[in-house]
Design a protein around this ligand. Structure first.
Ligand code: ZN
Length: 278
C-alpha cells in the first residue's frame, strides 16, 4: 500500500494537490473520511498542537491507522509544531508527517530546529518533515486586515533553507495567510510559487488557503503546490451546522452534531474536487 511519500509523488505526476484538513474531534474526522471515500482521493488529516491536545495525539493516529487498515488513503500530519520536543513526541506517536514551525524565529535558529527534527525523523522511519520560511500569521479566524509581520519568502533563502535542513516538504509564504481576511486579500503570488519550486526542488505546501479563489488555487497547483491546508472554512461550516442542529431541540449528540458533519463534508468535497480537478 502507498505511503504518504508515494501519494505526494502521485500528485506530482498528475499535477494535482492533496487536501489537508484540520480536525479536533471525531466529527471532523468523519466528515473528511467520508468525503475522501466519496471521491476516491487521498487526504491528510491535520492536527495542530491545540487540536491534538483536545482529540489526543495517539487517539488521532489510531483513527487514521484504522482507516488505513481498511485500505483508505488517509494520512495524519502533526501541523504547526513549535518545539523540537513536541515534534519528537509526534514522530514517536507515528504521524505520517510533521510541520516544524520556527518561521517566526531568525533564519539560523529556524534551520537549527528544523534540522534537528529531520535528523530525529530519519532515525524513526517514514515520517516526512515539513519546514516553513516566511511568516503568514497564526490565526484561524476571520480577520479585518492582513496580520502584522507577514512577509513573502525569497526563493534564494528558500533554496538555502531546504538545502541546509534536508526537509521533505516546504511551506512558503506566497500571499497566503492563516485565517481569512474579509477583503479576500492578499492574492497568491503564482510567479513566486513557481520560482520557489524551481529553487527548492521539493514539493510545496500551501497553508492558509481558506478564502483564496478557485482560480488562484488552480494556478498555485499548476505552479507546484502539492498539499493544500484548509482549516478556517471548515471551522465556520462546523459551527453553522451545529447551530442548525441545535435548533431542533435534539439532545442526542450524534443527531445535533450530524448537521455539523454534513456542512464540513460539503466544504471538504468542494475543495477535494478543486484540488483534484486534473
Ligand atoms: Zn498552517
Amino acid at each position: 500500500m502507498k505511503n504518504l511519500r508515494d501519494w505526494i509523488a502521485w500528485a506530482e505526476g498528475k499535477k494535482v494537490a492533496i487536501g489537508h484538513f484540520n480536525i479536533s474531534d471525531s466529527e471532523g474526522f468523519k466528515a473528511v473520511v467520508e468525503a475522501s471515500k466519496n471521491l476516491g482521493v487521498p487526504v491528510i488529516i491535520g492536527v495542530s498542537e491545540g487540536e491534538r491536545e483536545f482529540i489526543g495525539l495517539e487517539e488521532a493516529v489510531a483513527l487514521v491507522k484504522t482507516a488505513r487498515a481498511n485500505n483508505l488513503p488517509i494520512f495524519i500530519n502533526a501541523d504547526h509544531t513549535y518545539s523540537v520536543e513536541k515534534a519528537k513526541m509526534a514522530i514517536d506517536a507515528g504521524v505520517d508527517s510533521i510541520v516544524i514551525d520556527a518561521a517566526s524565529k531568525p533564519f539560523e535558529e529556524n534551520v537549527k530546529m528544523t534540522k534537528e527534527v529531520v535528523k530525529y525523523a530519519k532515525t524513526k522511519g517514514p515520517t516526512l518533515v515539513e519546514g516553513e520560511l516566511g511568516f503568514i500569521g497564526q490565526s484561524s479566524k476571520v480577520l479585518d486586515a492582513i496580520p502584522k509581520g507577514v512577509s513573502k519568502t525569497d526563493p534564494k533563502d528558500a533554496e538555502e533553507f531546504v538545502h541546509q535542513t534536508g526537509v521533505d516538504l516546504f511551506a512558503p509564504s506566497v500571499g497566503n495567510i492563516h485565517g481569512m481576511v474579509k477583503t479576500g486579500e492578499p492574492k497568491l503570488d503564482i510567479e513566486k510559487i513557481r520560482k520557489i519550486r524551481e529553487a527548492v526542488r521539493v514539493p510545496l505546501v500551501l497553508h492558509g488557503a481558506s478564502g483564496n479563489t478557485d482560480e488562484e488555487i488552480l494556478a498555485a497547483i499548476d505552479a507546484g503546490i502539492r498539499i493544500i491546508h484548509i482549516n478556517t472554512e471548515l471551522r465556520l461550516a462546523y459551527k453553522e451546522g451545529v447551530k442548525e442542529g441545535l435548533k431542533s431541540g435534539e439532545v442526542a449528540p450524534y443527531k445535533f452534531l450530524a448537521e455539523g458533519v454534513e456542512e464540513m463534508k460539503k466544504v471538504v468535497l468542494n475543495k477535494l474536487k478543486l484540488f483534484n480537478a486534473k
